[in-house]
Write a protein of this length. Structure first.
Length: 207
Protein backbone atom coordinates (compact mmCIF):
# COMPACT_ATOMS: atom_id res chain seq x y z
CA UNK A 1 0.00 0.00 0.00
CA UNK A 2 1.34 3.44 -0.95
CA UNK A 3 2.39 5.82 1.78
CA UNK A 4 0.17 8.81 2.40
CA UNK A 5 1.43 12.38 2.23
CA UNK A 6 1.17 12.67 6.01
CA UNK A 7 3.21 9.50 6.53
CA UNK A 8 5.98 10.74 4.22
CA UNK A 9 6.40 14.19 5.74
CA UNK A 10 5.98 12.64 9.20
CA UNK A 11 9.06 10.46 8.60
CA UNK A 12 10.98 13.54 7.45
CA UNK A 13 10.00 15.24 10.68
CA UNK A 14 11.17 12.25 12.74
CA UNK A 15 14.65 12.55 11.22
CA UNK A 16 14.77 16.36 11.48
CA UNK A 17 12.31 17.47 14.19
CA UNK A 18 13.58 21.06 14.16
CA UNK A 19 12.10 21.55 10.67
CA UNK A 20 8.56 21.75 11.95
CA UNK A 21 5.48 20.35 10.15
CA UNK A 22 5.08 23.19 7.61
CA UNK A 23 8.67 23.05 6.34
CA UNK A 24 8.64 19.24 6.25
CA UNK A 25 5.46 19.28 4.16
CA UNK A 26 6.95 21.90 1.82
CA UNK A 27 10.12 19.83 1.33
CA UNK A 28 8.07 16.73 0.41
CA UNK A 29 5.92 18.72 -2.03
CA UNK A 30 9.01 20.19 -3.74
CA UNK A 31 10.66 16.78 -3.99
CA UNK A 32 7.53 15.27 -5.53
CA UNK A 33 7.20 18.17 -7.98
CA UNK A 34 10.80 17.76 -9.15
CA UNK A 35 10.28 14.03 -9.58
CA UNK A 36 7.01 14.55 -11.49
CA UNK A 37 8.63 17.05 -13.87
CA UNK A 38 11.66 14.87 -14.57
CA UNK A 39 9.94 12.88 -17.31
CA UNK A 40 6.55 12.28 -18.93
CA UNK A 41 5.15 9.78 -16.46
CA UNK A 42 2.18 7.83 -17.82
CA UNK A 43 0.05 8.78 -14.82
CA UNK A 44 0.51 12.47 -15.63
CA UNK A 45 -0.30 12.24 -19.35
CA UNK A 46 -3.95 12.86 -20.23
CA UNK A 47 -5.75 12.93 -23.55
CA UNK A 48 -8.47 15.45 -24.31
CA UNK A 49 -9.88 17.39 -27.22
CA UNK A 50 -10.40 21.01 -28.25
CA UNK A 51 -13.86 21.57 -29.67
CA UNK A 52 -14.43 24.98 -31.21
CA UNK A 53 -18.01 26.19 -31.72
CA UNK A 54 -19.10 27.13 -35.22
CA UNK A 55 -18.38 30.75 -36.12
CA UNK A 56 -21.40 33.02 -35.63
CA UNK A 57 -22.04 35.66 -38.32
CA UNK A 58 -25.80 36.26 -38.22
CA UNK A 59 -26.94 39.89 -38.63
CA UNK A 60 -24.84 43.04 -38.68
CA UNK A 61 -23.17 45.19 -36.01
CA UNK A 62 -22.35 48.76 -35.11
CA UNK A 63 -18.97 49.41 -33.49
CA UNK A 64 -17.85 52.79 -32.16
CA UNK A 65 -14.32 54.14 -31.76
CA UNK A 66 -13.23 54.17 -28.06
CA UNK A 67 -16.35 52.26 -26.95
CA UNK A 68 -16.43 48.59 -25.91
CA UNK A 69 -20.18 48.27 -26.58
CA UNK A 70 -21.21 46.43 -29.74
CA UNK A 71 -24.80 46.72 -30.98
CA UNK A 72 -26.31 44.14 -33.30
CA UNK A 73 -29.20 44.05 -35.75
CA UNK A 74 -30.95 40.71 -36.37
CA UNK A 75 -28.46 39.03 -34.02
CA UNK A 76 -29.21 36.38 -31.41
CA UNK A 77 -26.28 36.64 -29.00
CA UNK A 78 -26.25 34.51 -25.86
CA UNK A 79 -24.21 34.29 -22.66
CA UNK A 80 -22.49 31.20 -24.11
CA UNK A 81 -20.49 33.60 -26.30
CA UNK A 82 -18.71 35.16 -23.32
CA UNK A 83 -15.00 34.41 -23.61
CA UNK A 84 -15.11 33.94 -27.38
CA UNK A 85 -13.49 36.33 -29.82
CA UNK A 86 -15.14 39.13 -31.79
CA UNK A 87 -13.78 40.35 -35.09
CA UNK A 88 -14.70 42.83 -37.77
CA UNK A 89 -12.45 42.43 -40.81
CA UNK A 90 -8.67 41.99 -40.65
CA UNK A 91 -7.49 45.47 -39.66
CA UNK A 92 -7.96 45.11 -35.91
CA UNK A 93 -6.81 42.65 -33.23
CA UNK A 94 -9.14 39.95 -31.94
CA UNK A 95 -11.31 41.23 -29.10
CA UNK A 96 -12.59 39.02 -26.30
CA UNK A 97 -16.29 39.16 -25.43
CA UNK A 98 -16.50 40.18 -21.77
CA UNK A 99 -20.29 40.00 -21.37
CA UNK A 100 -23.54 39.73 -23.31
CA UNK A 101 -26.31 42.06 -22.17
CA UNK A 102 -28.96 40.94 -24.66
CA UNK A 103 -29.47 39.29 -28.02
CA UNK A 104 -28.41 42.55 -29.67
CA UNK A 105 -25.79 44.01 -27.31
CA UNK A 106 -22.46 42.75 -26.00
CA UNK A 107 -19.38 44.22 -24.30
CA UNK A 108 -15.78 43.69 -25.41
CA UNK A 109 -12.88 43.41 -22.97
CA UNK A 110 -11.22 46.45 -24.60
CA UNK A 111 -12.53 49.53 -26.36
CA UNK A 112 -12.95 49.33 -30.11
CA UNK A 113 -9.79 50.80 -31.61
CA UNK A 114 -10.76 51.23 -35.24
CA UNK A 115 -13.11 53.64 -36.98
CA UNK A 116 -16.80 53.75 -36.18
CA UNK A 117 -18.86 51.56 -38.51
CA UNK A 118 -22.58 50.77 -38.74
CA UNK A 119 -24.47 47.82 -40.24
CA UNK A 120 -21.29 45.87 -41.02
CA UNK A 121 -20.58 42.16 -41.03
CA UNK A 122 -18.60 40.48 -38.25
CA UNK A 123 -17.53 37.15 -36.79
CA UNK A 124 -17.77 35.59 -33.34
CA UNK A 125 -15.66 32.49 -32.91
CA UNK A 126 -13.32 30.85 -30.43
CA UNK A 127 -9.60 31.21 -31.12
CA UNK A 128 -8.22 30.84 -27.59
CA UNK A 129 -8.74 28.01 -25.12
CA UNK A 130 -7.87 28.14 -21.43
CA UNK A 131 -6.07 25.07 -20.14
CA UNK A 132 -7.02 23.26 -16.88
CA UNK A 133 -5.43 24.48 -13.65
CA UNK A 134 -3.22 21.37 -13.42
CA UNK A 135 -1.99 21.67 -17.02
CA UNK A 136 1.79 21.59 -17.54
CA UNK A 137 2.53 21.30 -21.27
CA UNK A 138 1.21 20.03 -24.59
CA UNK A 139 2.86 16.89 -25.89
CA UNK A 140 1.07 16.44 -29.20
CA UNK A 141 -1.99 17.93 -30.87
CA UNK A 142 -3.44 16.47 -34.04
CA UNK A 143 -6.38 17.02 -36.35
CA UNK A 144 -7.98 13.64 -37.18
CA UNK A 145 -10.18 15.08 -39.92
CA UNK A 146 -7.15 16.43 -41.84
CA UNK A 147 -4.81 13.62 -40.76
CA UNK A 148 -2.00 15.90 -39.59
CA UNK A 149 -0.23 16.93 -36.42
CA UNK A 150 -0.30 20.59 -35.39
CA UNK A 151 2.98 22.45 -34.97
CA UNK A 152 3.64 23.33 -31.29
CA UNK A 153 6.91 25.26 -31.30
CA UNK A 154 5.79 28.63 -32.70
CA UNK A 155 5.41 31.66 -30.44
CA UNK A 156 3.32 34.79 -30.96
CA UNK A 157 6.32 36.70 -32.34
CA UNK A 158 6.84 34.13 -35.08
CA UNK A 159 3.15 34.24 -36.03
CA UNK A 160 3.34 38.04 -36.14
CA UNK A 161 6.11 37.74 -38.71
CA UNK A 162 4.11 35.77 -41.27
CA UNK A 163 0.46 36.41 -40.35
CA UNK A 164 0.19 39.57 -38.26
CA UNK A 165 -3.45 40.05 -39.27
CA UNK A 166 -4.35 36.48 -38.27
CA UNK A 167 -5.96 36.28 -41.69
CA UNK A 168 -5.68 32.52 -42.08
CA UNK A 169 -8.81 30.65 -41.04
CA UNK A 170 -10.30 27.23 -41.49
CA UNK A 171 -8.03 24.28 -40.82
CA UNK A 172 -5.72 24.74 -37.81
CA UNK A 173 -2.04 24.06 -38.40
CA UNK A 174 -0.33 25.22 -35.20
CA UNK A 175 -0.97 25.87 -31.50
CA UNK A 176 0.71 28.78 -29.74
CA UNK A 177 0.87 30.00 -26.15
CA UNK A 178 -0.65 33.41 -25.46
CA UNK A 179 -0.61 35.69 -22.40
CA UNK A 180 -3.05 38.55 -22.44
CA UNK A 181 -3.75 41.80 -20.66
CA UNK A 182 -6.83 44.02 -20.85
CA UNK A 183 -5.05 47.11 -19.49
CA UNK A 184 -4.33 50.01 -21.77
CA UNK A 185 -3.02 53.56 -21.50
CA UNK A 186 -4.08 56.37 -23.82
CA UNK A 187 -5.85 56.26 -27.15
CA UNK A 188 -4.31 55.69 -30.56
CA UNK A 189 -5.76 56.40 -33.98
CA UNK A 190 -5.43 52.79 -35.11
CA UNK A 191 -5.13 49.72 -32.88
CA UNK A 192 -2.00 47.63 -32.78
CA UNK A 193 -1.43 44.31 -31.01
CA UNK A 194 1.18 44.64 -28.25
CA UNK A 195 3.18 41.87 -26.60
CA UNK A 196 4.17 42.85 -23.08
CA UNK A 197 3.42 42.45 -19.40
CA UNK A 198 0.22 42.90 -17.45
CA UNK A 199 -2.52 40.86 -15.84
CA UNK A 200 -1.84 37.47 -17.38
CA UNK A 201 -4.12 34.65 -18.40
CA UNK A 202 -2.82 31.41 -19.85
CA UNK A 203 -4.45 30.36 -23.09
CA UNK A 204 -3.58 28.23 -26.04
CA UNK A 205 -5.20 28.43 -29.40
CA UNK A 206 -5.00 26.77 -32.78
CA UNK A 207 -4.12 29.09 -35.63
Amino acid sequence: MADTFQEVWGRVLLRAPNLGPKLAQDMVRNAFRKLAERRRWSWLVKQSQIIAPVAYTTGTVTVTLNSNIVTGVSTVWTSAMVGRQFRRGLLTPLYNIASVQSATQLTLDQVWGSTTAAAVTYQIYQAFFEMPSDFYQLISVYDPSQNWRLYLDADQQEINAFDAQRANSGNAYLVSFRDYSTSQVGVVASPVQVDGTGALGDEWGPV
